[in-house]
Write a protein of this length. Structure first.
Length: 135
């Protein structure tokens, strides 16, 4: 479902599927004017405490990196430059998620500077991927 692909990368992660399903259930009950008696929680941080799809926190970091689809043989790029760009993009995305987890342990200005650096680099690499795919 394209609507579930929240980051618009062409794939649906476990987190995105969870968030889309949670939103669908919430919408179902709201449209009927009913209260939901249960709600889904996801725990992928290992702390034993699940989080709702709309809650900020550590949950979702791992689930956002695991995808429901299985890459098909031959679907991997044969262009070595594109492959390296995609690997760099995945590394930067993981670094951003790791930084978010460490946020509470870092001074605010240090977190902001590192977040900005990572996001600028991620934007540049994403642009390079798009340009490489077009050519």
């Amino acid at each position: 479902d394209e609507a579930a692909d929240l980051d618009k990368n062409g794939r649906v992660s476990i987190w995105e599927a969870f968030a889309a399903a949670s939103a669908g259930v919430r919408r179902h009950y709201q449209q009927r004017g009913q209260l939901s008696t249960e709600r889904a929680l996801l725990d992928d941080s290992g702390d034993g405490v699940g989080g709702d799809a709309g809650e900020p926190g550590e949950n979702g970091s791992l689930a956002s990196r695991i995808y429901l689809d299985v890459p098909m043989p031959g679907a991997a790029p044969t262009d070595d430059v594109l492959l390296k760009l995609l690997q760099r993009k995945a590394t930067l995305e993981a670094d951003v998620e790791d930084l978010k987890i460490r946020r509470t342990f870092l001074p605010g200005d240090e977190y902001a500077a590192e977040f900005e650096r990572l996001m600028i680099e991620l934007a540049r690499v994403s642009r390079d991927v798009r340009e490489r795919v077009k050519s």
